[in-house]
Design a protein around this ligand. Structure first.
Ligand code: AMP
Ligand code: ZN
Length: 470
């Protein structure tokens, strides 16, 4: 079986993804999840769709992937939101969690094995225990403000992921906020002492009442759920520093063995809007809901996010969505044509060996452009052969089987519900048949328009009317 390779942010090189010795085909995958202070925007979903493609391709290659995604439901932003809304933190974050799961389904993301939330009592216990270990080993200290900080000077490897040079850094400088620039490298907060703005949010700890910092949340949830040595860890590029850098520092200073916290770090480029990162703070974002309301489907958004290589620049535009719609319509029409050609044939003839190129392209750091090129070349070539009536039913069946494997990775097959014709459309189709029978052409055309308005196209064939999704 070919071995997929990925670009590892840690080593800045392409590496073969190999399971750890003794783990068989098992791979663990940790994916940083949403901060549930608002609806996730489709920039966030670019990261999740990339991770989904990775998981699905690894599974196609025979790996058994255990994926965990966390929910950040306590941090500066969620507390601020709950405070402004005048409600409890859990009441504030609940609808955003639910919306995230709904949107994930709409975008056909495989569910993770677990979605630990930072406020789960067992996770808080893990965080406190991890901070305790860091304190015991001299990697953390409690400052005058009551908060506990990670001592960067105690971990010379700090900066290895983002390639930050610690030279010239002033030891002892502290930063309380979870996000800071590389230029402002400083001891970061593990446990934030309770302040009045935190209201009812806070947990007792050996260092007094407070709450965890964002970075320790992920470190504790990742290792708690998947073990101290994780195979693959993903996120967007903005997560590299300080979030993932801090995760490495915490985990590698608190671990019991010697294995690296993570062997392969993979990060996707940002989804951009007119040259800027799509972000809540910039106000230039679309949620999936916004797009569904405008009449786009989850499948179309998935295609638009998926069709560009995860490390490449992707600018969000409505033209991009329209192009996704056109590409999907071509795929759907091809699929139907293949099914018609295959008929009730069960024997298969394997498609041309070149079709395997779809999967080998994805082995190459998820080279989706090459994979899609193979898919559309196969479509063009077999359509040409169907035009010439040269594609045999077993060949069509073989192509459909290959397409089922492709579907397993891309998840772009038509919605199951899209194929179900409603009773209303059925009635119109019957009425149109009657109108045609009576040679009432005007009436028949008017009914065709009504059917079109409901999203279906009528084709008149020698066997009668054929209804297709438009
Ligand atoms: P957050 O909810 O901000 O913690 O982000 C959740 C995930 O979405 C992280 O992996 C981020 O790196 C990723 N992310 C945020 N904005 C974008 C964007 N514009 N494009 C791609 N990924 C993003
Ligand atoms: Zn994280």
């Amino acid at each position: 079986m070919p071995i997929p390779r990925c670009y590892n942010t840690l080593t800045r090189s392409l590496e073969a993804i190999q399971p750890r010795v003794g783990e068989g085909q098992k791979l663990s995958l940790y994916t940083c999840g949403p901060t549930v202070y608002a609806h996730a925007h489709i920039g966030n979903f670019r990261a999740y769709v990339f991770e989904d493609l990775l998981q699905r391709h690894l599974q196609e290659r025979g790996f058994i992937v255990r994926r965990v995604m966390n929910l950040t439901d306590v941090d500066d932003k969620t507390i601020r939101g709950a405070h402004a809304a005048g409600i409890a933190l859990s009441d504030y974050t609940r609808p955003f969690k639910e919306a995230f799961f709904q949107d994930s389904k709409e975008l056909r993301l495989l569910p993770a094995e677990a979605y630990p939330a930072a406020t789960d009592p067992e996770q808080i216990v893990r965080m406190i225990s991890m901070i305790g270990t860091l304190m015991d080993r001299g990697h953390a200290y409690q400052a005058e403000d009551g908060s506990v900080y990670f001592r960067i000077a105690s971990f010379p490897e700090y900066g290895k992921l983002a390639h930050v040079d610690l030279e010239g850094q002033r030891p002892g400088q502290r930063v309380a906020s979870d996000e800071y620039d590389k230029e402002a490298v400083a001891d970061f907060a593990l446990w934030k002492a309770w302040v009045a703005e935190d209201g009812a949010v806070g947990w007792e700890s050996p260092w007094g009442k407070g709450r965890p910092g964002w970075h320790i949340e992920c470190s504790a949830m990742a290792t708690g759920m998947l073990g101290e040595a994780i195979d693959i860890h993903c996120g967007g590029v903005d997560n590299i520093f300080p979030h993932h850098e801090a995760e490495i520092a915490q985990c590698e200073c608190a671990r019991h063995g010697q294995e690296p916290f993570v062997r392969y770090w993979m990060h996707c480029a940002h989804l951009m809007v007119e040259g800027s990162k799509m972000a809540k703070s910039a106000g230039n974002f679309f949620t999936l809901r916004d797009l569904l309301e405008k009449g786009w489907t989850g499948r179309e958004v998935r295609y638009a996010l998926l069709a560009v290589h995860y490390r490449g620049a992707l600018n969000f535009t409505m033209e991009g969505l329209a192009a996704a719609r056109t590409a999907l319509a071509r795929l759907d029409a091809w699929r139907e044509r293949l099914a018609e050609t295959a008929g009730s044939e069960t024997a298969t003839v394997a498609p041309d060996a070149a079709t395997e190129g779809f999967f080998t392209a994805l082995d190459d750091d998820l080279n989706i452009s090459s994979a899609l090129a193979v898919l559309f070349e196969t479509l063009r070539e077999s359509n040409r052969r169907m035009d010439e009536k040269k594609l045999t039913p077993p060949q069509a069946r073989g192509l459909l089987q290959w397409l089922a494997r492709v579907d397993g990775v891309l998840a772009l097959e038509p919605d199951a519900s899209a194929a179900v014709i409603s009773a209303e459309v059925e009635e119109l189709v019957d009425a149109r048949a009657a109108a045609r029978e009576a040679k009432e052409w005007k009436k028949s055309d008017a009914i065709r328009d009504q059917i079109a308005a409901l999203g279906w196209t009528v084709k008149d064939t020698k066997d009668g009317q054929k209804i297709l999704r438009s």
